[in-house]
Write a protein of this length. Structure first.
Length: 142
């Protein structure tokens, strides 16, 4: 499995927001929401969440923001970053934005092909407005 899919050490944090006052698609609202104390936090090596909200203690089923930060190591080569999201998502590798779909949408796969070697950081920013929610991230060797 590790030969084809790269394990990522994630720290995932969630914040609640009031869409009527803090639409994350507008201005600096997302940054302001994520400056507050997180409603929930956990660690994982497999970021794959889906459902009506993510059923996390203290986190709303609708109107929440997610930030995942992690690290991974790869051998030199070409990789594909696969990110499935519902709703908006942005992903940064080593501080460089490689995926942005900062819209209200149903489950959508976004990809980026990357030439990588060694140690890397990854940051995922996500917002959920209402209904079904999903975040899934994979780095796969091509």
């Amino acid at each position: 499995y590790n030969r084809f899919f790269v394990p990522i050490d994630w720290t995932i944090r969630f914040w609640n927001f009031d869409l009527a006052k803090e639409d994350p698609r507008e201005g600096t609202n997302f940054a302001a929401v994520t400056q507050r104390t997180a409603a929930h936090q956990f660690r994982t090596r497999d970021l794959s969440l889906a459902g009506m909200g993510f059923a996390r203690s203290g986190v709303n089923n609708v109107g929440f923001a997610t930030v995942g930060e992690g690290t991974f190591r790869v051998r030199p080569g070409k990789y594909r970053l696969n990110v499935t999201s519902d709703d908006g998502v942005r992903v940064f590798i080593d501080g460089k934005k490689v995926i942005e779909n900062w819209t209200y949408h149903g489950p959508t796969l976004d990809t980026a092909e990357l030439q990588l070697t060694g140690d890397h950081s990854i940051r995922l920013e996500h917002f959920q407005l209402d209904g079904y929610a999903t975040i899934k991230v994979e780095v796969a060797r091509l």
